[in-house]
Design a protein. Sequence first.
Length: 346
Amino acid sequence: MTAVSNIPTAYPVPLHWDGEALDIIDQRALPQAERRLRLNTCADVADAIRALAIRGAPLLGIAAAYGLVLAAREGKLAQGGALLRAARPTAVNLPRTIDRCVAVVAASTDSPEATLLAEAQRLVNVEVNASDGITRHGASLLACARTIMTVCNTGALGTGHRGTALGIIIRLAETGPVTAICCETRPLLQGARLSSWELSRHGVAATVIVDSAAAALMRTLPIDAVVVGCDRLAANGDLINKIGTYGIALAAAAHGIPFIAAVTRSSIDAATPSGDDVEIEQRDPGEVLDLVPGVAALPGVTALNPAFDVTPARLITAVVTEAGVVRHASDPRTARLSETTDRAGL
């Protein structure tokens, strides 16, 4: 991934193709350290994806494309595709990119490595344009919002450019003061670690809360909207996103707070009928049981650690994509959004 000339310097560049290997920010080390890793093989890329050194649905697609470049160089394209596909099962961008890359190679007369490198660079441009469009439409939709809740990390670290949900908040802050309420996102704290780090780079006020406080704070704080990202959007509009999103959506509905999903078109999966048809990644129980350094649950205690959940389409007030905004006509919170945009002169 090459640096994008029109991206403000406050946005981190989470991965970069240096001509020989994939150079990435190791997101596990943030915010304490800005450590970089050099991934020299497709197996290195798959390991980094599995370990969450690279994460975020759009960025997974980009990383997979460059991983296949390395696989082609090794003469192991089929094996590399299988390795990457198995790394994380839920976000649609990963298998979709692999399928497209295989098809592009089959249709090309150039070498697989050159063909895949061109495809990876094309995908970077697609996601750059998607981030620009989503943040522009989202900031317009929420023009008068000043306190916004979000979960996980959906900024440049997860997309390679401005971001989706977090990118909307940052872009909105360019027009006036905004406070982001960041759910910590247990067990790996992507909200507390990564979103707060990105927001601080832009001078945006970030308040971190424990995940279980979201509903209580909707009752007591003047929260204007909830904005979340997307790992997959099913054909019926169900949203598959970071674990905890469903509970936040239920609380937002109970308190009449608009719930907005920021979705790149690359994450829309028209071939999957509903969220019930999506495989939910189950991660290592140790991520939950190892509470803090030196403190763990008692031996014999088990844990469930789903990485994602499904939010039914009926709980979503609006979906923002790079192409525009789709409002849920029967959601009474839609009127609240209309009032906001009317005041903004849209």
